[in-house]
Ligand binder design. Structure first.
Ligand code: ZN
Ligand code: ZN
Length: 248
């Protein structure tokens, strides 16, 4: 049956240096369920190495978790890539790793903790995940699509690392699948404020770095099921799936 599903497609884990150490797979899954979310995506900075553990932690629960990554392009624009499988997400992760330089300084940026589905520490990521990849925004969007993913411009209403703040506009030829709004304004307001981009689907996500912020912003989608294929149909507004803009 077609019905509204509550989705939050931009959540960090303890792998992001700026993510709270309490952002572990089990804690994220529990809080997402507590907030009534049906579908979430894990989007750490320039990595998806905690996504598989979070997906595993959600097994036997009603929550669906998608693997994702929040890539910092060479223009310092944040683009979220969402995928149907860990393999597809890994293709992009390896591409990004090949174009990242520098080593993380935990004392300056924070720890980058890789964990398993039971929240045990597996390793500490050494790469400078907070850095920018030497990949253009056009290249990143194209690469996400080639891996079968969905490309979303993150928090376009934020000056720092938002596409509008960094580039001043959304390049017309850039084939973004959606624009994301932060928790600062509601979707209806955003579509008025950014009316020149109203032909794009708009999503709202929490960009949570702390447990309590999971679900602080979310989007209602009309879907048959909470999964990647249904999300794609909703973003295209096909087969009666779609974004519900007027409920919040
Ligand atoms: Zn961001
Ligand atoms: Zn983020």
């Amino acid at each position: 049956m077609l019905k509204p599903f509550k989705v939050d497609l931009h959540i960090h884990t303890c792998l992001s240096p700026c993510g709270d150490l309490k952002m572990s797979p089990r804690a994220i899954v529990l809080e997402a369920i507590r907030k009534g979310l049906d579908l979430i995506a894990i989007c750490d900075h320039n990595s998806c190495e905690n996504a598989a553990a979070t997906i595993k932690a959600s097994a036997q629960t009603p929550l669906k978790v998608l693997p994702g990554i929040e890539i910092t392009t060479q223009e310092e624009v944040h683009i979220c890539g969402l995928f149907d499988s860990i393999d597809a997400a890994n293709d992009i992760q390896y591409l990004v790793y090949d174009h990242l330089t520098g080593e993380n300084d935990e004392t300056v940026f924070g720890m980058q903790v890789k964990v398993d589905a039971d929240d045990y520490v597996v390793a500490f990521e050494k790469r400078l995940l907070i850095g920018a990849a030497t990949l253009s925004v056009e290249y990143v969007v194209d690469a996400i699509h080639k891996s079968g993913g969905i490309a979303i411009a993150a928090h376009i209403d934020r000056e720092g690392f938002g596409i509008l703040g960094q580039l001043g506009f959304v390049p017309p030829a850039l084939e973004l699948d959606a624009l994301e709004i932060s928790s600062r304004m509601c979707l209806a307001e955003a579509r008025l404020n950014f009316s020149e981009y109203a032909h794009y689907p708009f999503l709202q996500s929490s960009d949570a770095h702390f447990i309590e912020n999971i679900g602080r912003a979310f989007t209602n989608l009309n879907l048959y099921e909470a999964n990647f294929d249904e999300l794609r149909l909703a973003l295209k507004g096909q087969l009666r799936r779609g974004i519900i803009y007027n409920v919040h």
